[in-house]
Write a protein that binds this ligand. Structure first.
Ligand code: MF3
Ligand code: CO
Length: 255
């Protein structure tokens, strides 16, 4: 079931989303060649706590026996999502680094991700970063009360594929709010077969997150069971915001 958030919940999501966007900005300012993803994780965790929130990803999945050990996901180059921060992972000039952060604030979860360039990056890296963000905006422009969820998915897919890239199929966006992951599952492509469509209503809150591969869409799961990589070893980019469905359109909560 897809829940409709009440005014009190929406207020908390707005406040939390604004704070989360500040955390992301702070991390962006810390990204340079030579820093470890561990230090970025510590900086994010510290700031989340200082702002009165709690890191949503830390210990996520402990009920499944494989708790996520950090407050952010930091995924480099061919890593798609869920890269675990480490003292041994040092970002270098030319890398693209995906940072994904979730926070619980006043009882409500928000979630966002960005792809950052470290120093000068290749033309292909620039293009995939740009197109991934663009696909998000094309998709979200379809969101409003009464629209179909598939309108979003089709718009994302079209933008990605028209530019010669592919949409990751093994991972999806999701409803969010009282839990980090709520219904619905939000595919970033449309196959007309397995797609479970939904009419959007004001007050739904969605984490929309296109994941885009330079080459083929297939993924592999790395050792440890968390990190997803591209099977062909090519680049991947990610862009995510927590979004409120409104009467006229949408409101980005993580801004
Ligand atoms: N932002 C991701 C998501 O949307 C990451 C959550 S997985 C976690 O689902 F384990 F890191 F929490
Ligand atoms: Co998410």
């Amino acid at each position: 079931m897809v829940s409709i958030k009440n005014d009190k919940e929406i207020k908390a999501l707005r406040e939390g989303g604004k704070k989360l966007a500040r955390v992301m900005e702070e991390i962006e300012n810390n990204i340079k060649s030579g820093v470890s993803t561990f230090s970025l994780d510590k900086a994010a965790e510290e700031m989340i706590l200082k702002l009165g929130g709690t890191p949503a990803f830390k210990n996520y999945g402990s009920d499944l026996g494989q708790p996520y050990p950090a407050s952010i996901c930091a995924s480099l180059n061919d890593e798609i999502v869920h890269g675990i921060p480490s003292r041994d992972v040092i970002v270098q000039k030319g890398d693209i680094l995906k940072i994904d952060i979730g926070m619980k604030y006043d009882g409500m979860f928000t979630d966002m991700a960005r792809t950052f360039a470290v120093g000068k990056i290749s033309e292909t890296a620039k293009k995939i970063k740009k197109i991934t963000e663009e696909s998000f905006w094309k998709g979200v422009s379809k969101i409003k009360n009464g629209a179909m969820l598939s309108d979003y998915s089709k718009a994302v897919q079209k933008c990605v594929e028209d530019n010669g890239f592919s949409v990751v199929r093994d991972l999806v966006g999701h409803g969010i709010g009282v839990e980090l992951h709520e219904d619905p599952q939000i595919m970033n492509y449309y196959d007309g077969y397995y797609y479970d469509d939904l009419k959007l209503k004001s007050g739904m809150v969605l984490a929309l997150e296109p994941m885009v591969n330079e080459g083929k869409y297939q993924t592999i799961i790395g050792k440890g069971g968390w990190v997803f990589r591209t099977k062909d070893g090519k680049l991947s980019a990610h862009y995510e915001n927590t979004v409120l469905v409104t009467e006229e359109g949408y409101e980005i909560l993580t801004k």
